[in-house]
Design a binder for this molecule. Structure first.
Ligand SMILES: [Zn+2]
Length: 507
């Protein structure tokens, strides 16, 4: 008998019967009953139906611990996207479990980690899901970008400015400190640490209530809001699965609007401060770009001497450029080198990789479904809040307009006094203003909603193309390719990650 554990996420929402504990329990019991060699050990259930929405996964951790202690040999779970916090975690758990002889079966996805290509399918999913969520976050940013172009401020209040309804207004007390900082730094040439000491001595605290330090002073000096400019998207989230923020260095569009709002300091002083900072600070801020190494870097091996092949750009007669790989020891000048003498063109190597992957005839459907779910899940985890329906608000605005006109008619026909007319008109106008504000918010939200539906389609189409190798993905290729070994008789052997088989290519 094989002892089997079940893992699920249960909904605490009474409306959501499909994800209740009772229903999930029934599901696993029925599934296990189909196999006479299986025996239910325990069903582990955590609250929360979304993969990313749950921080505490007490039962999940307990299950992993029990698995390590050998209490069962198989874990059943419905979908890849619901197993762990993110797909990268999932992959590391399934690998660890596999090593200790515990299989994981994702029932609706038809993936079992003990199957020959189970791991491979999971790692493809992991790679693309990460890449997709990065791209998707860029697309989401795109929607916000249009709002930003209109000058709507996405951000919080800061020292010297209050942000309310997407607008900045000067807060006098804070503005005074900001002016002092710029004055001391740009005009009096005082150092940032000294300015911090001064402010602390005077009993001032930062906007967040902590003591002033050099770094906080620099932040103020770098903030272009103080000169009246608005730059948005200084950071972005390249990977919605890990939610890490990166400095935007042009990866996503940055919006800059000059003289957007009332400045606290003059442009002259701002420029002086920037100049001084540039002189003092030669090293740049942290970056987190993606590695630009080529797919085949370090992956093509020489069977004769064991070295890695090195890529060189070669211009062909017709003017096109190709990257050609040759044995690393052979191209190093001053060494005897190896005489394998074989050149591998980048596009040929890529074709071999494609052929190998296509020959697997992977069941890509569940992969696509999961990646889409993962990418969307990760984005939506950050959004919440209910807003009005825009149609309703437009209707209300229309009605107010009619009411306003009617009031004036009544006044002219002598039904009401001028005072009454003005009072009523003002009331309607106040209502109108508040409705307009709500409508603006609702429209943004509605736009995001329809963006999500479009996103889903876009992701599905993109992932389908990727998996069929209609478009080449550097990330996916790197995940898939283990090595390409070149032999002296010119035949080559390609290996994929997580798979035992060898693909042989003759010259
Ligand atoms: Zn060699």
């Amino acid at each position: 008998m094989i002892k089997v554990a079940g893992y699920c996420r249960v909904s605490t929402d009474k409306e959501d019967q499909a994800n209740s504990f009772a229903s999930q329990q029934r599901y696993f019991q029925e599934y296990i009953a189909q196999n006479p060699n299986w025996e239910l050990y325990e069903i582990y259930a955590d609250e929360g139906t979304s993969g990313t929405s749950t921080r505490k996964r007490v039962q999940f951790n307990r299950m992993i611990q029990d698995a390590r202690e050998g209490k069962f040999q198989l874990i059943l779970t419905k979908e890849v996207s619901r197993f762990s916090r993110n797909i990268v975690d999932t992959l590391s758990y399934t690998r660890e479990l596999k090593r200790i002889g515990v299989a994981v079966e994702f029932v609706t996805d038809h993936i079992n980690t003990m199957d020959s290509d189970g791991e491979l399918r999971l790692s493809i999913m992991a790679t693309i899901a990460q890449d997709e969520s990065r791209k998707t976050s860029n697309r989401v940013v795109w929607g916000q970008t249009r709002q930003m172009e209109k000058g709507v401020v996405f951000g919080r209040s800061l020292l010297g400015y209050d942000v309310k309804n997407g607008k900045l207004s000067i807060e006098p007390e804070g503005a005074k400190i900001v002016r002092q900082i710029f004055q001391k730094y740009a005009v009096e040439q005082v150092g940032t640490a000294e300015i911090a000491c001064f402010l602390n001595r005077e009993g001032h605290r930062t906007y967040h209530g902590s003591k002033w330090k050099s770094g906080a002073i620099i932040k103020i000096l770098k903030n272009e809001k103080y000169v009246g400019d608005l730059v948005q998207k200084k950071t972005y989230t390249p990977d919605y699965l890990t939610h890490e923020k990166c400095t935007n260095k042009g990866q996503v569009p940055q919006i800059r609007i000059e003289n957007h709002h009332e400045p606290i300091i003059s442009r002259e002083i701002w420029n002086m401060a920037q100049k001084r900072m540039a002189q003092n600070n030669k090293h740049g801020a942290g970056d987190c770009g993606h590695s630009n190494r080529y797919v085949f870097s370090g992956k093509i091996k020489c069977a004769l001497c064991g070295a890695s092949f090195v890529g060189r750009i070669k211009k062909l007669k017709d003017g096109t450029k190709v990257r050609r790989w040759s044995c690393g020891t052979a191209v190093n000048e001053g060494t005897d080198g190896c005489d394998i003498g074989k050149l591998v063109r980048d596009d040929d190597a890529m074709n071999m990789l494609k052929l190998a992957v296509r020959s697997l005839s992977l069941d890509v459907k569940p992969i696509i479904v999961n990646i889409t779910a993962l990418a969307l899940d990760a984005i939506q985890a950050g959004e919440s809040g209910v807003t009005d329906a825009p149609e309703q608000l437009r209707f209300e605005l229309d009605r107010l307009q009619h009411k306003k006109e009617a009031v004036i008619d009544h006044y002219f026909s002598g039904d009401i006094s001028k005072e009454d007319m003005l009072a009523m008109k003002k009331r309607y106008e106040d209502q109108e203003r508040s409705f307009r504000e709500r409508l603006e918010k609702a429209e943004v939200k509605q736009q995001q909603g329809s963006d999500t539906a479009q996103l889903k389609q876009a992701i599905q189409a993109e992932v389908t193309d990727l998996l069929n190798f209609q478009v080449e993905s550097e990330v996916l290729s790197k995940t898939l390719l283990n090595s390409l070994t070149v032999f002296q008789d010119k035949h080559m052997e390609l290996r994929l990650n997580d798979l035992p088989m060898v693909f042989r290519f003759a010259e």
